[in-house]
Design a binder for this molecule. Sequence first.
Ligand code: V55
Ligand code: FE
Length: 488
Amino acid sequence: MGEFPKTVDFMFLNTPIGEEYSLKGLEVEGDIPDDIRGAFFRAVPDPAFPPLFIDDTAISGDGMVSRLWFKEDGSVDFDIRYVQTARHKAEIEAGKALFGRYRNPYTDDPSVKGVDRTVSNTTPIWHGGKLLMAKEDGRAYRVDPITLETVGSYDFGGKLKSETMTAHARVDPETGELFFFGYEADGLASTKVAYCIADKNGELIKEQWFDAPYCGLMHDFVITKNYAVFPVFPTTADLARLKDGGVHWVHEQDRESWIGIMPRYGDVKEMHWIKGPKGVSVFHFMNCFEDDDGRIHLDQHLTETNAFEFIRRPSGIDIPQSEIKGGLVRWSFDPKGDEITETPLGPPGDLCRIRDADQGRPYTVGWYLSMDPEMKGPPMLGGPVGVAFNALIAINPQSGAMKMLGLPPGHAISEPAHIVSSQADHPGWLLFIIDRQTGEDQFEHEAWIVNAGEIQEAPVAKVKIPHRLRPQVHGWWASQETLDKAAA
Ligand code: V55
Ligand code: FE
């Protein structure tokens, strides 16, 4: 077997681990609140074999589903398993990589022509009693939440027509419906987008297709109480380039962004497009809501160019990661309007969370990862973009008030989960993984629990995970009650 490339995508914190394991009764420092009973599922890219191309990206690795399970008796277990995708199975069978470049099947070994090449490595989505592992280039895989065994590719009981499903679905807090979309819905570099709704039981009740202004990287979308909002940023795909063996994405700095707005239960024919600024990029939207005048406010982690070096490089955009300007910004617009007003809200960052109950509604708290301006020394290398975040921010987007948990040098933080408290007026808890560098290529890992209202205070509990972890992308919290209901 060959070696992994000597690039940040496969070194340091990102060194592939490729091991399935279970750890029982983890050591806990402090007290785990009674509110925290259930499973924190995480999606972890971890390539089983060295890639065919030396410039491969960390986000093309085989998906693993990881679970940190806070049991009824107060003990904590950890498990991690590969998602048994068709791609992973084919490569295990061959004992080597067979799939080529990120999202380019024209670079695959001919033996896997036509095999589903999605890697299920981005988000665990819990809905309608099912756990799905999603990656935007294909359909999700269903995984058993207890055994972590893979059930198979998931098409909503044969109903889903789209060949793809986003890793960023939105659950409405009042109706329990799952809103999602799939772009490149009928094939590579297509402008077709599928907009879908599943009812609270997970039945697909609506799927409509529309055309985006161009084939752009549509990583996330948002809903409000009355609207579905589809932003499109100018990181674009081209079929001829793919057939040539080239990269899937190029960022076009001179091309406009767009926002498509339609009534969320409406017809895609009602989609209204508003032109946005050129060259900007957003991966994640914190939230979106309508005010009393019916104006829509979209809060997002905006950067002046694409945040991924592996996308900037083939685009001829030469800006070091640390110099990319951006911030948490609000775009405000009327649903039938033609102008966007931009308001700064907070410092640059990404990987936001809100309370589930605030989805699509006016809200007063959001959390996200950032860089501590006071941090001494260089940030840790690793994670999906190559540089790990070292601070957690809590922000009130109405007042602008902020709190920050800055980590000591040599620490990295992953996206938190928010867990509600059964106590009225309690802000709940945040749960997240911390990586600590203890040597040039040595790391320790812990799960920390902090009071969601006072994130700057010492964690109430730290759970030690005595095994190397590769950085996750996104996570999902499922309470024990939710797990029990699904099992019944
Ligand atoms: C992102 C992550 C992906 C991907 C495309 O965070 C975009 C952005 C983990 O995989 O395939
Ligand atoms: Fe994401």
